[in-house]
Design a protein. Structure first.
Length: 132
């Protein structure tokens, strides 16, 4: 059983190396020119109950201000025990606007983390198809 676990771990470490060795031209997704993907972790402040967090978000106008108009929501999930994870497609020149919406309406209810993200799905699917 331990050998299987080690093999899985080794396979996981080998995958990024294989990806790096077989880099092809990036796959552009529709509507992605001039934009970035931004993943935001909205970590619940666990010192507060959910009703208090929701009241604070409402009081601060979070759902009215976030996301700013015209910003595409790619995904928005609840991660149990963590909070919410939102991925946005943001025109580079509007990054500050997204940041300000979070600073002005989410702080106090959430601890925030921002991660520039890129979409690897089409490329990974292409590698998978070529490996068949």
């Amino acid at each position: 059983m331990a050998t299987a676990g080690i093999a899985l771990c080794m396979a996981g470490f080998a995958a990024p190396q294989a990806l790096a060795e077989d880099q092809a031209a990036p796959v552009e997704t529709s509507g992605s020119k001039g934009t970035i993907l931004l993943t935001i972790f909205l970590r619940h402040d666990q010192s507060k109950p959910l009703d208090e967090i929701n009241a604070e978000l409402k009081r601060q106008g979070f759902y009215k201000a976030f996301p700013p108009p015209g910003i595409e929501v790619v995904s928005w999930y609840v991660m149990m025990g963590i909070g919410q994870v939102v991925t946005l497609r943001v025109p580079a020149e509007r990054l500050r606007e997204v940041n300000r919406a979070i600073e002005e309406t989410a702080w106090g209810a959430f601890h925030t983390e921002f991660y520039p993200t890129y979409d690897l799905k089409a490329y990974a699917e292409d590698l998978h198809a070529k490996a068949q």
